[in-house]
Design a protein around this ligand. Structure first.
Ligand code: UP5
Ligand code: MG
Length: 198
């Protein structure tokens, strides 16, 4: 261990903006571990005997945010287990509770490089999610019109203020996520090339 703190990039954006898609592309050609908070919560939800499973499913269907103690611990454990140093934290922090909880539990243990903000309009995001649902063998319990409306509501009311908070600190890198995945990816690669410290 070189004693250096692990590097973190928060990846934020509306449901369907392409967070998971872009994180996978970065993971594949750069030295980053992809940690999707939503995926970690979905695994926890399916784990037999998990005390949080039912609550997680309820939050997901309602588009509301799971208490930070649960999410942050899943993230920290996944970071430790990987033994790696560079992390894409996908879909977190989504509200004030997440932000305060992360700062308290992880703030001193990590080095935040920047917040990657994938921007795409709601209509396009909705279309993408509905087409994913139409083509999936297993449909996410929140990939339906009713849950989606609630997810967007939460995004506007609770997550945008977090993006604005980091923007005021000069830490947001905004990328237009309307374009094809590989075009978006190339812009992110350029952003990473300009980033020092990892
Ligand atoms: N697609 C992607 N990029 C494209 C492009 N450039 N052009 C054309 N198509 C593109 O993409 C969505 C779909 O669009 C895919 O079919 C893809 O091929 C296509 P994806 O990369 O999956 O987008 P993403 O932004 O990851 O969308 P996702 O649906 O995962 O977003 P959410 O933010 O809603 O989902 P998440 O899993 O992060 O959270 C789900 C729920 O978990 C939350 O609502 C909340 O209840 C809970 N949660 C918490 O409580 N706390 C957390 O910290 C995190 C989640
Ligand atoms: Mg995702």
């Amino acid at each position: 261990d070189d004693g250096k703190k692990p590097n973190v990039i928060f990846v934020l954006g509306a449901p369907g903006s392409g967070k998971g898609t872009q994180c996978e592309m970065i993971r594949k050609d750069l030295n980053f571990v992809h940690l999707s908070a939503g995926d970690l919560l979905r695994v926890e939800r399916e784990t037999p005997g998990s005390v949080n499973g039912a609550a997680i499913l309820e939050h997901m269907k309602n588009g509301t945010i799971v208490p930070v103690e649960i999410t942050c611990t899943l993230l920290e454990n996944a970071m430790l287990k990987s033994g790696e140093k560079n992390f894409l934290v996908d879909g977190f922090p989504r509200n004030q509770d997440n932000l305060q909880g992360w700062i308290k539990q992880m703030g001193d243990k990590t080095n935040l490089l920047f917040v990657l903000f994938l921007e795409a309009p709601e209509e396009l995001c909705t279309k993408r999610i509905l087409s994913r649902a139409a083509n999936a063998s297993v449909v996410r319990p929140d990939d339906n019109v009713e849950s989606m409306r609630k997810r967007f509501q939460t995004y506007i009311n609770d997550t945008m203020p977090i993006i604005e908070y980091y923007h005021s600190k000069g830490l947001v890198r905004k990328v237009d996520s309307v374009r094809p995945p590989d075009v978006v990816h190339q812009e992110i690669v350029q952003l990473l090339k300009k980033t020092e410290g990892f």
